[in-house]
Ligand binder design. Structure first.
Ligand code: FAD
Length: 452
């Protein structure tokens, strides 16, 4: 980048344009194994800065990469070399909350957990709760359509975005969506931005939907006999009336052991576990609901509940430590994220074991059982040829079972070569048409999502 280009950017915006090695190094990474070398990091002060940066990018051809918490797992926020990162993590204001109408208007850099704390006095919450919620942002959730354990009941970010303000790659400012509780004016354009990984526009405000906060949320740990049919069990639990079930998760025996030894988590570690959450009006109600869950388990040949949590979030933070424990014990590895229809989840688990055996690598699997979504962690150098073979075989297995190559993390750089397998030529054509309409010069987050 000629220095004059960055000087022109500095002249066009009011926010700082940092070029220090430390700032560039920080903005060059995300939660994946990948690295990029951005030229500079812009912290825009306001929407006018974002508009000016897009105009600058269009005139110079230097790409921009929007960034929130930088926690994505497939290189979604790893910049192309020479790009300018647009860091929105300082945009942390919750602008307005309407408990009556169940929405909150927030800046994109608001961290999930901060939003939850701010909503508590309103007796509301924002349902997507990814494991990264202490550091990931609402703008990033829009970028990747993030979700967490509670999406079993509530669905992913896509279901919780009402309206967006965005600066498209054309430089146009647009407000997409509406705060009207219902609407039928063509396809919902704001939804097209959800999961677009910063490739169509830079989101400058999000109006999220809110849900009433349940009074009581209990968690439970359920040991399942090895060989139990998990898909059928999940289906029976999901169909049982009066349980208030809001999350249904899975941890395999290896992963449970890693958490027990590495984190001192108080779980049985001699077999796979199902973790679940129920919502209730008060403790007596929760007790009755958990009793109904236990009855379904017994009928399915599962002895019962090993441990109960009065605060489900404690269970989810213990389970969320699985990534950290595996980081500590094994370092870099493939952290995968595939999903299939519920009846196919056992076949997917078997395929995962088969792939690991064929390559001779250990595998640790956890995931969102109730949504057929598994995160196998293959302990192998993610840049090695075996890693390429594992990914390819895993995606083929998921697609062959009627599933998807990403349940929730996104495509980024890692899965980009495989997107066409899932979307087919027509899907790819539509995706590219959207890109051409929103970012005709290709200046937003190049090298992601769209098949090469
Ligand atoms: C420990 C750990 C646990 C995780 N658990 C989960 C989980 O349970 N479920 C899940 O879904 N994911 C999970 N993730 C992945 C990740 O946290 C989510 O994808 C999250 O939504 C990313 O948010 P972020 O603020 O870090 O976004 P970033 O990584 O900064 O960005 C993500 C994408 O969104 C784009 N983007 C960011 N801000 C904007 C904006 N304002 N406008 C336009 N585009 C933007 C970026 O360009 C990028 O493509 C986990 C990650 C880690 C490290």
């Amino acid at each position: 980048v000629p220095p004059t280009d960055l000087e022109a950017l500095r002249g066009a915006v009011r926010g700082p344009v940092e070029e220090t090695a430390a700032a560039r190094e920080r903005a060059g990474r995300d939660g994946s194994h990948l690295n990029g070398r951005p030229r500079a990091v812009l912290a825009p002060r306001d929407v006018d800065d974002v508009v000016a940066a897009v105009a600058w990018a269009r005139s110079t051809g230097i790409p921009l990469v929007p960034r929130g918490g930088g926690t994505s797992l497939d290189g979604e926020s790893v910049p192309a070399d020479g790009a300018v990162v647009v860091d929105l993590s300082g945009w942390r204001t919750i602008r307005e909350v309407s408990a009556l109408e169940r929405w909150a208007r927030v800046e994109p850099g608001v961290v999930n957990l901060d939003l939850q704390h701010a909503l508590a006095p309103h007796r509301m919450f924002f349902p997507p709760n990814p494991g990264s919620w202490a550091t990931s942002t609402i703008g990033g959730h829009v970028g990747t359509n993030a979700s967490g354990p509670r999406s079993f009941r509530y669905g992913p970010t896509r279901a919780w975005v009402r309206a967006l303000e965005v600066v498209l790659g054309t430089g146009e400012r647009a407000r997409l969506g509406s705060i009207a509780p219902k609407r039928s004016v063509g396809p919902e354009l704001g939804e097209l931005l959800v999961g677009s990984e910063g490739t169509l526009g830079i989101v400058t405000e999000v109006t999220v939907r809110l849900a009433p906060r349940p009074a009581v949320r209990w968690g439970a740990v359920v040991p399942v006999p090895p060989g139990a049919r998990l898909g059928a069990l999940a289906g029976r639990l999901a169909a049982a009336p009066g349980t208030g079930l809001s999350a249904l998760e899975f941890v395999d025996a290896a992963c449970a052991r890693a958490l027990v030894t590495g984190r001192g988590v108080d779980w049985p570690a001699d077999g796979p576990l199902v973790l679940l959450e129920i919502e209730a009006d008060d403790p007596a109600d929760a007790d009755a609901r958990l009793g109904r869950v236990a009855a379904v388990l017994r009928a399915a040949g599962v002895p019962g509940i090993a441990r109960r949590y009065d605060d489900a979030d404690r269970l989810w933070s213990e389970r969320g430590a699985s990534g950290i424990v595996l980081d500590e014990q094994y370092g870099e590895r493939i952290r995968e994220d595939v999903a299939v229809p519920l009846p196919a989840v056992d076949a997917l688990a078997a395929a995962i074991d088969g792939i690991a055996r064929a390559e001779g690598v250990p595998v640790y699997t956890f995931g969102h059982l109730g949504e057929g979504s598994l995160h196998p962690n293959f302990v192998v150098d993610p840049t090695s040829p075996p890693a390429d073979r594992i990914r390819s075989a895993l995606y083929d297995a998921a697609l062959g079972l009627g599933g998807t190559i990403s349940g929730e993390h996104g495509v980024g750089r890692v899965k980009r070569p495989f997107v066409a397998r899932e979307l087919g030529p027509t899907g790819v054509r539509l995706l590219r048409a959207m890109k051409a309409a929103c970012d005709p010069d290709g200046i937003l987050n190049p090298g992601k999502l769209y098949p090469p």
